[in-house]
Write a new protein. Structure first.
Length: 113
């Protein structure tokens, strides 16, 4: 059994920053690829970034240069540092154990002035 718990969302002005965290509990979490996805109202869930246990990263084009994914295997935690936020980044952000059906409950990120 795996549990994923996101935190760090909130309301931020355009150009601001937020850091999301996803704490994972369960067996074999540290050996899995972890990912962040997001879903805006009326849109499908989309990939933001994924990171392997060795730190290899794949990011969506729309976040390159602004968002950074990282992980601490000792803490079973994955992070998403989001800078230069735009209103179109407003969405619920979800953590996923890639290749499984394990998802967090999501954390709301709202970018608005």
């Amino acid at each position: 059994q795996v549990q994923l718990m996101e935190s760090g969302g909130g309301l931020v002005q355009p150009g601001g920053s937020l850091r999301l965290s996803c704490a994972a509990k369960g067996s074999s979490v540290s050996i899995n690829t972890m990912g962040w996805y997001r879903q805006a109202p009326g849109k499908q869930r989309e990939l933001v970034a994924v990171i392997t246990r060795w730190g290899d990263i794949n990011s969506a084009d729309f976040v390159k240069g602004r968002f950074t994914i990282s992980r601490d295997n000792a803490k079973n935690t994955v992070y998403l540092q989001m800078n230069s936020l735009k209103p179109e980044d407003t969405a619920v952000y979800y953590c996923n154990l890639v290749g499984t059906s394990y998802w967090g409950q999501g954390t709301q990120v709202t970018v608005s002035s």
